[in-house]
Design a protein around this ligand. Structure first.
Ligand SMILES: Cc1cc2nc3c(=O)[nH]c(=O)nc-3n(C[C@H](O)[C@H](O)[C@H](O)COP(=O)(O)OP(=O)(O)OC[C@H]3O[C@@H](n4cnc5c(N)ncnc54)[C@H](O)[C@@H]3O)c2cc1C
Length: 265
């Protein structure tokens, strides 16, 4: 339940608000506004001008509050990302859900997170130290922002612990990478039971991510070539049984999708 609402006008103000416990950033609010058990104070990010999509050399810098639909409609959005963006959520939710909120809250069936993980996306994370903030306030100086860059792969296993009191301000995604994405689901517009996102750099570096199960998509392989991707896809789903499918089914389908992605790259 949201017990208080803050709308900071600057990043310093937002980071200062987040130094207090029980406050959480509010992106699109599609998840945060539905919390039933925890009481949180929402720190709304909409006035912070974090809704930019900028091409910088061979990378795309995407502000944290860009909505999934805004990204989908951006002139810079690669065609290969679009099926995963559309599958992430229906239009009404895409119009509200932000890229950062989705990476923080999305589960194993998140197709956007799968593709971003395959692309080895980096997150820019900012914070202000609580104790330094008090000193700065006493001395009437602006607080110093701490900036960290974290790979999505390091962020996902610990995400809520890693992000407490901090803010994702942007994500940085390489554009000079080939991407193929494929999935199997109950109906074509449904969330996947199994999905595969395969990326390949000019150097031959190949990353395979499989999704459709568990708390977050899994990095099945990060190698110098594509050799062994079918085995890697199978291995990732050894224990992936749930109400949607058995592990054996997921292992077979993941291997087939990985092979298909490689052919399509
Ligand atoms: C009808 C419906 C169906 C859904 N189905 C699914 C589903 O099948 N699978 C699934 O995974 N999700 C599902 N969701 C959840 C949700 O839509 C997504 O996870 C969504 O993309 C969250 O984005 P948001 O911007 O709305 O995040 P919010 O609700 O604003 O925030 C989500 C979390 O991210 C944190 N956060 C937001 N922005 C930042 C930031 N910049 N820095 C740090 N932390 C931040 C918040 O504090 C909060 O903990 C569903 C939601 C609805 C309403």
């Amino acid at each position: 339940m949201i017990t208080a609402y803050h709308r900071p006008q600057t990043l310093d103000e937002a980071l200062a608000l987040l130094t207090q416990p029980n406050r959480a950033p509010l992106g699109g609010g599609t998840l945060l506004s539905h919390l039933k058990s925890d009481s949180v104070e929402a720190v709304d990010l909409q006035s912070l001008s974090l809704d930019f999509v900028k091409k910088q050399g061979n990378a795309l810098e995407i502000g944290a509050t860009v909505t999934l639909q805004q990204l989908l409609e951006s002139e810079h959005c690669p065609e290969a990302w679009k099926p995963a963006l559309k599958l992430e959520a229906p239009l009404n939710i895409r119009n509200s859900a932000t890229v950062a909120g989705t990476l923080v809250a999305g589960d194993g069936r998140s197709t956007f997170t799968s593709v971003m993980l395959a692309l080895d996306t980096k997150l820019e994370i900012k914070s202000i130290n609580k104790f330094e903030l008090m000193e700065m306030e006493l001395e009437s100086r602006p607080p110093r922002q701490e900036v960290a860059t974290l790979g999505l792969g390091e962020f996902l296993p610990l995400r809520l612990d890693q992000i407490r009191g901090k803010l994702i301000t942007s994500i940085n995604v390489p554009l000079n990478v080939k991407l193929a994405f494929d999935y199997v689901s109950r109906t074509p517009a449904d969330k996947p039971i199994v999905c595969a996102a395969l990326t390949q750099w000019n150097s031959g570096r190949t990353r395979l991510v499989v999704g459709g199960y568990g708390k977050s998509p899994m990095l099945a392989m990060d190698g110098t070539e594509a050799e062994g991707i079918e085995a890697a896809a199978r291995n990732a789903f050894h224990e992936a049984t749930d109400e949607w499918a058995s592990a054996e089914y997921r292992m077979d389908v993941a291997a087939t999708l990985a092979k298909r992605c490689l052919e399509n790259l």
